[in-house]
Structures are given as structure tokens and as C-alpha cells.
Design a protein around this ligand. Structure first.
Ligand SMILES: [Zn+2]
Length: 302
């Protein structure tokens, strides 16, 4: 009887992990409803800023206990008059006034409207960095519980995508995850601000919460098996790392060559973002002593 040889560690044929969402019935790109009541606590309002990076656009969440007459706006998104009108309509239909603006991270597609809308609603702004919260705002820390709008939101530090990234855990068990997890595909670990090791820890942190749903900064809400998506995100990062090591073993010598190899199947308009994730992963591998980099963007196995 022949015994099958054990697969080699880093070979070009490293197989991609299966995305559990492939079998779920999620709205197709471009078909995400502009507004949806996700649960009694939460209404999602889609901003009109679709792009390769923002998918259908930025999801703004209106959160508050029904009957409280109050709500917080999480990730106001772009400072756009039509989007503000849509959020105000959602507030009106909930019979709520905005009593706070929360922001998951400083990227402009989430934070641009924070200060203008905070002023518009006369509501305080809170975020993970002072630059977003503004001079009169509040900088939030991991573990803080915010009693707002008749409910409680738990602040969960989720650095990795970028340094100031926060998630917000709702009383229902759902977690507003910003760009930590996207409704479709995977997120970017930016470089140099992002950090792959922190990102992996943050994925495990949200996994440990046992979320009942993930309400993402972009793309559809993930309700069927949030833990499986977080497992997939962890496996996907390990997969990219294996691919980079395999490509280096096959002769790739620069960051550009690595991106062209590893992201061959991805549209080139996304390669700048892919380059950031690649640089972030290379920084992790270099810190672990597995690769060496040179100032001219050269990379080789250690
Ligand atoms: Zn975003």
C-alpha cells in the first residue's frame, strides 16, 4: 500500500480557505437595500459612496432602544447632504433624536461627517482617536460601556486595519465591526499604520465575544454564522502569508513581484490596497526573522 506524502509546507499550490459566505444567500454587489431595520435596536442606512474599496458604500448604523426617543449614529460616513437626509429620515421613523456620534476609525469614508453632523445634531462625538473625536469629543478605550439611547454599547479595541479601530458590541450580542470585517471579501491591513499581529488578535477578540451578528462597515450584515467568518478571516491571513513565502521560494524578489503573483486573480485597481496588506504581512514575517527586506523594496527568505 502506498502512503501519500505529506504536503510540503509552503508550495505554490497552497489552497485558499473556503469562504463560508459562499453558500449564504447574501445580497449581490449593488443590491444591498439602502435602508434596513436589522433588529429592534438597529437600522442600517447605506451611504451613496460605492467604490472598489467601499463595496456598496459605507454602512451608517442608527442604534437605540425603541421608545427611548433617542439614538446614536455609528459611522456617519461621507459628509453628503443626501446621506444626512436619509439618516434623518431613519431617525424620524424611529421617533428618535441623535444623542451621539460614534466612529469606528479615522478613515474618511467613516469619519468625514463625524464633526459636522455632531455639530448639526448638537451631539457629542466619540472615537478611538482625538483627531476624529475633535476638541470637544471623547476618546474611547477598550472595555468602556456607553449607556446611550436606552441601551448599552461596549467598546472593543480592534486595531489592525488601522491603529485607532474600534468595534461596538450591542446588548443583542451583535457587533458593529467597521472595517475589521467586511460583508464581502476580506479587509485590508493598511501599511505602515496597520499591523497584522494586532489584526489577528483583534479577530480572535471579536470571535471570543461569540457575536450573534456582524454589522460591517461595508457590505451585507453577517448573521448566519459570524464565528465561521472570523475563522475564515484568520485562515485567509495565514493563506496570504503562505503564498508570500511560496512566491519568495519561487524567485519573487520585490514587493511589486509579490503582489503581481499573490494577487494575480484580483482586479489591478485593488493592487494598491493589496500592496499595503503585503507590506504589512512582510513586516510581520521580518519581525519573526523569516524574511529579510532591503531599502530598495527587495525581499528574500531569511
Ligand atoms: Zn471603510
Amino acid at each position: 500500500m502506498r502512503r501519500r506524502a505529506a504536503p510540503r509546507a509552503s508550495v505554490p499550490g497552497v489552497t485558499a480557505p473556503a469562504d463560508p459566505r459562499a453558500t449564504w444567500s447574501l445580497p449581490a454587489p449593488g443590491e444591498l437595500p439602502r435602508r434596513a431595520d436589522l433588529e429592534p435596536l438597529v437600522t442600517r442606512v447605506l451611504a451613496p459612496n460605492p467604490s472598489g474599496m467601499t463595496l456598496d458604500g459605507t454602512n451608517t448604523y442608527v442604534v437605540g432602544a425603541p421608545g427611548s426617543g433617542q439614538a446614536v449614529v455609528v459611522d456617519p460616513g461621507p459628509d453628503d447632504a443626501a446621506h444626512l437626509a436619509a439618516v434623518e429620515a431613519a431617525l424620524a421613523d424611529r421617533g428618535a433624536r441623535c444623542v451621539g456620534v460614534l466612529v469606528t476609525h479615522h478613515h474618511v469614508d467613516h469619519a468625514e461627517a463625524a464633526l459636522p453632523w455632531g455639530a448639526h445634531f448638537s451631539a457629542p462625538v466619540a472615537a478611538g482617536s482625538a483627531a476624529v473625536a475633535g476638541p470637544a469629543g471623547r476618546v474611547l478605550e477598550h472595555g468602556t460601556r456607553l449607556d446611550l439611547a436606552g441601551t448599552t454599547l461596549g467598546v472593543v479595541a480592534t486595531p489592525g486595519h488601522c491603529g485607532d479601530h474600534l468595534a461596538f458590541r450591542l446588548e443583542s450580542g451583535a457587533v458593529l465591526v467597521g472595517d475589521h470585517v467586511l460583508g464581502r471579501g476580506t479587509s485590508v491591513v493598511t501599511h505602515p499604520e496597520g499591523d497584522v499581529v494586532a489584526y489577528l488578535e483583534s479577530l480572535r477578540r471579536v470571535h471570543d465575544l461569540g457575536p450573534s451578528a456582524l454589522y460591517c462597515g461595508h457590505g451585507p450584515e453577517l448573521t448566519e454564522d459570524p464565528g465561521a467568518v472570523l475563522d475564515y478571516y484568520l485562515a485567509h491571513r495565514a493563506f496570504r502569508e503562505q503564498q508570500l513565502l511560496a512566491a519568495l521560494g519561487d524567485g519573487a524578489r520585490t514587493v511589486a513581484e509579490l503582489v503581481a503573483t499573490v494577487y494575480a486573480a484580483v482586479p489591478q485597481q485593488l493592487w494598491p490596497a493589496a500592496t499595503q496588506s503585503t507590506r504589512a504581512t512582510l513586516a510581520k514575517l521580518a519581525a519573526e526573522g523569516r524574511i529579510e527586506t532591503s531599502p530598495d523594496d527587495g525581499v528574500r527568505l531569511a
